[in-house]
Design a binder for this molecule. Structure first.
Ligand code: IMP
Ligand code: MG
Length: 200
């Protein structure tokens, strides 16, 4: 394969297929429905990566939920968080007395969720828990208690199903492994078409 065709049409190796992801989300939805039989349940989607997961998880939950969005930025386009966290979009709905479930795409260093947990606990909710689609436990730098985990994955940088690298690859159906370094991709790739490897 030439460098040019790789740049416009990379075949990224699939780590988790769309089918595996959807099956696991159905199980998570059933468990969450059982765990919260009553009260106001607020699903807080952490933008942007978690929005694909949120829409599927919310529909797998068989009780009424509130849906709200929070924008968080950990600075920079590199593959690891810098440690600085900033709220770029706050919630629309009050959390007072509510059961809150933070919906996140992936827990990596734990910096984002450690910060967010402390922030939301100040808003006098009844409870705050975390649901994440992916967890990379090997990478943890800050303690985070995660109540619902879709998949524990090895320390590889993944994209697809909402997860990006420099805002790309979010709309892949599968979760794929991106093996190149941040520098190489950021400087060599323009936005273009892409496909994934064979489906499982
Ligand atoms: P943490 O604060 O280091 O736990 O980082 C969490 C955020 O980093 C996630 O919400 C993602 O936006 C991003 N992130 C961490 N690992 C990956 C990955 O493998 N692929 C894409 N984004 C990631
Ligand atoms: Mg994110």
């Amino acid at each position: 394969m030439t460098i040019h065709s790789f740049m416009t049409d990379p075949k990224l190796p699939v780590l988790l297929s769309s089918r595996q992801i959807q099956a696991r989300i159905r199980e998570m939805g059933e468990q969450i429905s059982r765990d919260y039989p009553r009260g106001n349940l607020h699903l807080i989607c952490i933008l942007k990566g978690a929005c694909f997961f949120l829409t599927d998880l919310a529909r797998a939950i068989t009780r009424d939920v509130f849906v709200d969005f929070m924008g968080i930025s950990t600075y920079g386009k590199s593959k690891s968080s810098s440690g600085e966290v900033k709220v770029t979009k706050d919630l629309d709905i009050s959390l007072e007395g509510a059961d809150v479930l933070i919906v996140e795409d992936i827990v990596d260093s734990g910096v984002t969720l450690n910060y967010l947990m402390q922030l939301l606990l100040q808003r006098r909710p009844n409870s705050v828990r975390i649901a994440t689609l992916l967890d990379k436990p090997e990478r943890r730098q800050r303690p985070v208690e995660v109540s619902y985990v879709g998949f524990r994955i090895p320390d590889k940088f993944v994209v697809g199903y909402g997860l990006d690298f420099a805002e790309r690859y979010r709309n892949l159906d599968d979760i794929c492994v991106l093996e190149e370094t941040g520098e190489t991709l950021a400087t060599s790739q323009e936005a273009g078409s892409f496909t994934t490897g064979p489906r499982r």
